[in-house]
Design a protein around this ligand. Structure first.
Ligand code: PMP
Length: 456
């Protein structure tokens, strides 16, 4: 056998040995997951991860293995553990699917788990779709969006968000979700770290895990009115940290950060050269002072926006990102690879939607939130009154419930809410969406009160 064949055989057998170990590791991770579940422990244990990270770093130094490769592999392994241990986790989506299947069996369900406005998109959108067809706007187009729409969005964003935005700053994407996916996947690499302030919409974490990026969470509490502290953030940043996610008004808490704190966070990001991915899709539902991250004119900020909530156009799958042209170019490249471009008729419809007056939507959402808040107060739920968005994040463990157990029990009584567990380590909480007509909301809250206060 020649030298090269011998070496090749050796490398093959090492690869298989590594896979055998990976299988063993995954099985153990599953076992640990079961134990964590039964004892109510969180999936991620930062202290243990830190310990292992140190050991890996020392190992690399001792053996001469490239440390960035070691960290990349470690992140991959840790993320695989998170994946197997998060299996079967109940989120607003699992509750929604369960509710749908109950409906198919003929049960009536009041949906207070999903965040989807119950009102219609602007009327002009319907006409625009027909117009797009008649005018022949039914073809492939540029990856970042049709020029006319990018220009209109730049003008709109300049007026609304306190910054000078040009069409080159805009990427049209199928919903804010895809802009978030693109930003994380183009700007971060396996081995990098990203900070998420929890409770948080779960897709930030899932996107990062999918991209081999390590997520560092900053937990906030109801007692601290869902505000992170500057020192929490500073302590979480290390040489691998590349991005921090902000989402205000927040899903699920409805929190808007005090302006001074938000500004301080941007300064910390600037000092540490971090990207700031600010998901601002609930900005049109702000009931107290809100300021876009764009207004700080920070070069490494990426703001995501959407027509889903503001214009009730969830099903159209249309949103956009605002960032430096270099960032937009990178995101557009990956978008071109994944889906060529957003459907032209949909872009045209959203262009027309920009002219619609959506202030009645904000009034509508505000009034629904007020209804839920008032009812929640009467029944003794604990929560911070939302500053915006469409949700109420309330504690149910004072009444002796776990959020998942409570959501399941409530679903048996015909009301769907989201367990807090889907947004981080918030087992004692539920998220109530105020996205139904007021009569349904009142009915839902009445049932919630009965289950909360009379069934234990
Ligand atoms: N960000 C947050 C905070 C959300 O709650 C949602 C949807 N619920 C999205 C992004 C996704 O929105 P889109 O429909 O624009 O993809």
């Amino acid at each position: 056998m020649s030298n090269i064949d011998q070496l090749r055989n050796k490398i093959d057998s090492i690869t298989l040995e590594m896979l055998t170990l990976l299988k063993e590791r995954t099985d153990i991770a599953k076992q640990i997951g079961e134990l964590k579940k039964s004892s109510g422990l969180n999936v991620t244990d930062e202290a243990r991860e830190e310990q292992l990270r140190k050991e890996v770093s020392e190992f690399c130094k001792r053996t001469g293995l490239d440390e960035s490769l070691g960290k990349k592999l470690l992140n991959f392994l840790l993320n695989e553990s998170i994946k197997v241990q998060s299996d079967g986790k109940q989120t607003h989506l699992t509750v929604f699917l369960k509710a749908k299947s109950l409906e198919q069996q003929g049960k009536k369900i009041i949906h207070m788990e999903v965040g989807e406005p119950d009102f219609a998109p602007p009327k002009t959108v319907r006409d625009a779709l027909g117009e797009a067809f008649d005018k022949g706007f039914v073809r492939y187009g540029p990856a970042a969006g049709i020029p006319q729409f990018r220009s209109a969005l730049a003008k709109y964003a300049t007026e609304k968000f306190g910054a000078a935005i040009t069409p080159e700053n805009i990427l049209v994407s199928p919903g804010a979700r895809f802009s978030i996916y693109l930003a994380i996947n183009t700007l971060l690499n396996p081995g990098d770290e990203m900070i998420v302030i929890e409770p948080a919409w779960p897709a930030y974490r899932d996107c990062a895990i999918n991209a081999g990026v390590k997520v560092r969470t900053i937990p906030t509490t109801l007692e601290s009115r869902w505000e992170p502290t500057v020192s929490q953030i500073e302590k979480t940043i290390n040489e691998n940290t590349k991005m921090i996610i902000l989402n205000y008004p927040n899903n699920p808490t409805g929190k808007i950060l005090p302006p001074k704190l938000q500004e301080e966070i941007i300064r910390i990001a600037e000092k540490n050269d971090l990207y700031v991915l600010s998901d601002e899709i609930y900005s049109s539902y702000s009931f107290s002072d809100w300021k876009s991250v764009l207004s700080y004119r920070y070069k490494k900020s990426i703001v995501t926006q959407s027509f889903s909530k503001s214009h009730a156009m969830t099903g159209f799958r249309i949103g956009y990102a605002v960032a430096d042209p270099k960032i937009i170019e990178k995101m557009a490249k990956l978008q071109a690879l994944c889906l060529t471009n957003v459907a032209e008729p949909i872009q045209y419809a959203a262009l027309k939607a920009l002219d619609a007056d959506v202030t009645p939507n904000a009034k509508n959402v505000r009034s629904k939130i007020d209804t839920v808040v008032n009812e929640a107060r009467k029944m003794g739920l604990e929560f911070a009154v939302p500053d915006g968005a469409m949700y109420l994040f309330a504690r149910v463990n004072k009444q002796g419930f776990d959020g998942v157990e409570f959501s399941n029990l409530l679903l048996d009584h015909g009301v769907a809410v989201a367990p807090g567990d889907g947004f981080g380590n918030y087992k004692g909480f539920i998220r109530i969406s105020a996205c139904q007509d007021e009569k349904k909301l009142m009915d839902g809250m009445k049932i919630l009160d009965e289950v909360l206060n009379k069934s234990k």
